[in-house]
Design a protein around this ligand. Structure first.
Ligand code: HAM
Length: 430
């Protein structure tokens, strides 16, 4: 076909999806769970535009990060301004927080978002160019319990979904002083190994050496594993904060593993960083990740407020649920599917008015407008998830009734048309 979906994107469909994770009901159920979870933890929804000024991301995410250097969908608007489809939503949320002066309202601000993000990456299973994130941001508190609350919300999410084989990996990238001390030690360690590093890591050596820590290349990993640990270079203040976060997590019994190689791909992090990974996703093993970003709001010209948050990829969550056989089943409200025999005009009009009456009484109903033969109509009814069919032909018209048949247990009963609503209400919702 000439008009194809762009590479790295996908459709979510009510039926006919080519892969199970593209069934829309799974997304709707997941979103319901996410909203309920946020409500229980006191996080409120924020919706920002899907594009922002490019500068927001170059300054926020970092101009040496992969996202900014390689992956942004940027374009010029008619006024010559550079805009970018958001590759993530932390920067947008901070922009909105500052611009709407939410800080003036005082207290800690706990926000969440669900929506599409865009990164020009090489598409592969679990990696798309338009993907969806659920994320939370807690702004205003720099206490270890706040970090632990954010991690707990993520852990609670994966627990509620029933996901297995998961790991919470935790690290600290300290403050600027800690990172500078580590950077020097790390660069001296790496210098004699430079030739053995992958091309990508050699590039990072110049621009953003800390990112070499989370290289996926096996040889890089071997070299890095024998190198210095950032945890040994934390300033005393950063070290104490990290210990306190660990204690807060222990207090609420969140299992975690300390992994001193986690640095994350966005430049705004300091102190706590974390990821949740699974064995069921192949190379793209991170379901979600986040950390603390004290200083980001100030750097954007806002008040000097701290923040901590995370984001998860919804595609990955759903794919893992399917791989682990724990995806929910579709549940539909009882729906009546009216079938006028042979599309006869009078029968069709009666079906249409009966279905309309049902809908006006909050009973889901549909009418077959196309198929002339009953088997084809029943097939359509089944595809759309109807539970009952209501057939109307000339006999039914004469008698002023419909034949109602349950599609699964095949039970059939005749209902007087002028009794339709009370009988249905009694039958469906009694
Ligand atoms: P991130 O690690 O870049 O963090 O993305 C979070 C999650 O989004 C990843 O773990 C992954 O599940 C999903 N994801 C990222 N890129 C793709 C892709 N191309 N295809 C499918 N899924 C993808 C952030 O975005 C930070 N803003 C998180 C955060 C919030 N930190 C503090 N607050």
């Amino acid at each position: 076909m000439e008009l194809q979906i762009p590479k790295g994107t996908f459709d979510l469909l009510p039926y006919g999806a080519d892969e199970p994770w593209k069934q829309i009901f799974l997304w709707q159920k997941l979103e319901e769970i996410l909203r309920k979870l946020c409500q229980e933890y006191g996080y409120q929804e924020i919706r920002t535009p899907i594009y922002e000024r490019t500068e927001l991301f170059t300054r926020g995410v970092g101009d040496t990060s992969d996202i900014v250097t390689k992956e942004m969908f940027s374009f010029e608007d008619k006024g010559g301004r550079s805009l970018t489809l958001r590759p993530e939503a932390t920067a947008s949320t901070m922009r909105s927080f500052i611009e709407n002066r939410l800080a003036n309202l005082g207290g800690v601000h706990k926000l969440f978002y669900i929506g599409p993000m865009f990164r020009h990456e090489r598409p592969q299973s679990g990696r798309y160019r338009q993907f969806h994130q659920f994320g939370i941001e807690a702004i205003g508190a720099r206490v270890p319990e706040q970090d632990a609350e954010v991690i707990d919300l993520l852990y609670q999410l994966v627990q509620r979904l029933g996901l297995k084989n998961l790991k919470v990996r935790l690290n600290s990238v300290g403050d600027v002083q800690s990172r500078e001390a580590f950077r020097d030690a790390f660069l001296s360690y790496l210098t004699p190994h430079l030739k053995a590093l992958s091309e990508e890591s050699r590039e990072r050596f110049e621009k953003n050496p800390l990112r070499i820590l989370d290289s996926k290349n096996p040889q890089d990993r071997e070299i890095v594993a024998k190198g210095p640990s950032i945890l040994h270079y934390l300033s005393s203040e950063a070290k104490a904060y990290f210990q306190a976060v660990c204690q807060a997590l222990d207090l609420i019994s969140i299992p975690y593993e300390i992994d001193d190689k986690i640095v994350r791909g966005l430049d705004y992090y300091n102190h706590t960083v974390f990821e949740v990974t699974t064995e069921n996703l192949g190379a793209q093993n991170a379901i979600g990740g986040g950390g603390r970003y004290d200083g980001l709001i100030g750097q954007f010209g806002g008040p000097d407020l701290p923040g901590v948050g995370f984001a998860v990829g919804l595609e990955r969550l759903i794919q893992v649920m399917i791989a682990q056989n724990i995806a929910p089943k579709e549940t539909l409200p009882p729906t009546l599917y009216f079938i006028p025999m042979g599309q006869e005009e009078k029968a069709r009009a009666h079906c249409f008015s009966a279905a309309t009456l049902c809908r006006h009484h909050h009973i889901s109903a549909a009418v077959e407008f196309q198929a002339k033969k009953i088997p084809a109509a029943i097939q359509n009814a089944t595809r759309t998830g109807a539970s009952y069919i209501a057939i109307m032909g000339s006999d039914e018209l004469k008698k002023g009734v419909i034949q109602l048949k349950h599609l699964v247990d095949r039970e059939q009963r005749e209902i007087l048309l002028d009794q339709l609503i009370p009988v249905l209400k009694e039958m469906l919702y009694a």
